[in-house]
Design a protein around this ligand. Sequence first.
Ligand code: HCA
Ligand code: CU
Length: 380
Amino acid sequence: VSDFKIIESTLREGEQFANAFFTTEKKIEIAKALDDFGVEYLELTSPAASTQSYNDCRAIVDLNLNAKILTHVRCHMDDAKLAVQTGVDGLDVVIGTSSFLREFSHGKDMQYIIDTATEVIQYIKGEGLEVRFSSEDSFRSDIVDLLNLYRAVDKLGVNRVGIADTVGCASPDQVSELVRTLRGVVSCDIECHFHNDTGCAIANAFAALQNGATHVDTSVLGIGERNGIPSLGGFIARMYAVDKEYVKGKYNLSKLRDIENIVADAVGVSVPFNNPITGYCAFTHKAGIHAKAILNNPSTYEILRPEDFGMTRYVAIGHRLTGWNAVKNRVDQLGLPLTDADCKKITNKIKNLADIRPLSLDDVDKLLQRYDEAKTDDSH
Ligand code: HCA
Ligand code: CU
């Protein structure tokens, strides 16, 4: 995985999240925050969706952000024309190709799909815009149909083809295989879009990149239709683990938390406790054995460096699994002149108390201070 680009779809897929309602101001705030973070593309809801969607699309184009602005449209000339009028940099065109969608949604056959795709793509390219062509529900589509379609649109000169796991059924192995096959068939870039119904979205995105995909769709906190797609933060964490310097060089990582807070607040959810990077316990170390090693060298139990994301590490000590090294570290932080033997004694006391109920850091600090005072009194 040498290079990849993020197509940030909070303002498109994310708008399909059950709770999402973004005012124009909120969309602008989110767009600016994502642009500051450094995502390469923003994908916006189709201007054909509603009047406000059209106006919002124009408003975001007018911000002249560094990120390229895309809008997401059905493979239909009317929608494509409306989208071109908004001044976006490119169009993400999509059509359903699985038998489910062909039978129960739009009812069109493959020849019709290829013909319409050809007309729409030629039009967009003629307007000088970037164009991506994607097949919805790719993993339940006939592979021969799919490859024929992609081969045809590749010849027309699309910038990217996209695969979408619309229902979240794919596993990383299946993704690897499909993308590898596709890589052998088209010469354009490959975008991928994975739903998280079975918890594989980020792993699937990573498998796609390892097999030749170039662009990944994300949304902040993963919001989207049903339970969403790869979260921006989770995907960033995955890629950081692979190539830290590259990811740090490309994105403004310390902005992640603010963006998540803006979006969480806008859609009325809280950031999950176990969210990668920003979840409240993402950098909390608890077991005594972990704590000791972390204090010697954080990399022992951390693949992500909290500092790189503007976060801080926390070693929890007020519980029954605590160890004296961690307690000693706290003693040193507080500047108390206690010996190792003292720390071991206090640690036992903490364990006994914490067997009854967990202690706050404040409780532990008081304990340490009282021990120190008692010791000083004794020596007088
Ligand atoms: C949907 C469409 C889509 C499109 C993905 C894409 C999907 O909301 O149903 O354009 O690549 O998941 O298939 O989001
Ligand atoms: Cu989707």
